[in-house]
Write a protein that binds this ligand. Structure first.
Ligand SMILES: [Zn+2]
Length: 138
């Protein structure tokens, strides 16, 4: 789908997070999807974020938060951090969800199944969420 100008809220969120964590902002590519859910990805070498915005705005916001966690970790910890959804990723992700006031329940539901749904991945999500002090049932 054709690239469009990112919505103001997304540009603002990325600018704010980049400033809060003292990293250069990524280049943002924005497209629209004919689906409810959004998609997100990051280019490890160029540090560009691609978001495919679905109709659910909350889901699009979570996609931005998720990709920005990759971005910040890559900017700060490459090559020790290589872009995976590992403990390092989620130990940083849960505080971000709190800090930027995204509904925790929604984030948990998405992250549990959002990345292939493999058992090992679910265990990582659970372990890091608990370590971050999370009390919601999983
Ligand atoms: Zn990811």
């Amino acid at each position: 789908m054709a690239e469009v100008t990112p919505p103001k809220w997304a540009s603002n969120l990325i600018a704010r997070m980049s400033e809060d964590y003292q990293v250069p902002p990524p280049r943002l590519h924005w497209t629209k999807r004919r689906k409810k859910t959004s998609s997100g990805s990051i280019s490890l070498l160029k540090l560009e974020i691609d978001i495919g915005e679905g109709s659910d705005k909350q889901d699009a916001r979570l996609a931005v938060l998720h990709e920005m966690v990759h971005h910040i970790l890559l900017e700060r910890h490459q090559p020790q951090y290589n872009g995976e959804h590992n403990d390092q990723f989620y130990d940083f992700f849960w505080p971000i969800i709190r800090r930027y006031r995204f509904p925790m329940k929604v984030a948990i539901a998405y992250e549990k199944v959002g990345n292939s749904g493999a058992k090992r991945h679910r265990q990582t999500v659970t372990r890091t969420y608990r370590r971050a002090g999370g009390r919601l049932p999983l």
